[in-house]
Design a binder for this molecule. Structure first.
Ligand code: ATP
Length: 214
């Protein structure tokens, strides 16, 4: 059975970087990939777009293709979105199917601040997506956790349910939602960094435009 991979995030807003790396990960892993928007990101300030607006943007962005899907379970759950809870639910639903947690290299370097982070490796493999720039240093606890789990090819992600870490060399795209929010707040329209048709609602564009930069 093909692995099921998830890419969690705030998606405030979803951008071409998310879509491109998710697509490439799906190809590299031969996996089904689901984007999983978080409701209350435990480590971050609240998003500018509402939950409904972030879901609407994701639906627009994902229209017309069937490689990338959308999983809204974190928005339907009360309280903060902890990835460990999401993976535990998926494990209960999918039995021994290989699960892969996809994360950008920046997010992976901060993994030790995540809720019950060591358990993530019991529940899923981790696919670390390269991002432009020097790869961030891993704290000692993370290095120790990755030691012995690291695999160079994706084969192990098909034969075992969880527990391996693979670095996925995706096309480097220096696009972040922070950069896009900054451009919008500065009166620019980052037309080709975003999927077509995200700002159907003028109120949403106005909210990004009036947001503080940074
Ligand atoms: P922000 O700038 O608000 O932090 P972001 O662009 O990093 O947002 P998130 O919604 O936080 O987007 O990201 C979800 C996941 O996608 C994270 O694991 C992040 O590292 C990864 N990601 C986002 N953009 C890229 C990119 N251009 N290349 C590789 N991974 C990315």
């Amino acid at each position: 059975m093909k692995p099921l991979a998830i890419l969690g995030g705030t998606f405030d807003p979803v951008h071409i970087g998310h879509l491109c790396v998710a697509w490439e990960a799906s190809e590299l892993l031969d996996a089904e990939v689901q984007l999983v928007p978080a409701s209350v990101p435990p480590h971050r300030p609240p998003p500018i777009a509402s939950v409904e607006q972030r879901v609407a943007m994701l639906r627009v962005a994902l229209a017309g293709q069937d490689r990338l899907g959308l999983d809204l379970r974190e928005l339907e759950r009360a309280g903060p979105s902890y990835t460990v809870d999401t993976l535990a639910e998926l494990r209960a639903e999918y039995g021994a199917r290989p699960l892969v947690l996809l994360m950008g290299a920046d997010a992976f370097a901060g993994l030790t601040s995540w809720h019950r982070w060591p358990e993530l490796f019991d529940l899923a493999h981790v696919g670390v997506l390269s991002r432009p720039g020097d790869p961030p240093a891993w704290p000692e606890a993370l290095r120790a956790a990755v030691d012995g789990r690291r695999v160079e090819t994706v084969d192990a992600l098909h034969t075992r349910s969880a527990g391996s870490v693979v670095l996925l060399d995706v096309t480097p795209l220096a696009i972040s939602a922070t950069r896009i929010r900054d451009l919008l707040a500065g009166g620019r329209l980052p037309r080709y960094l975003l999927p077509d048709g995200l700002f159907g609602e003028p109120e949403l564009l106005a909210a990004y435009r009036s947001s503080r930069r940074g």
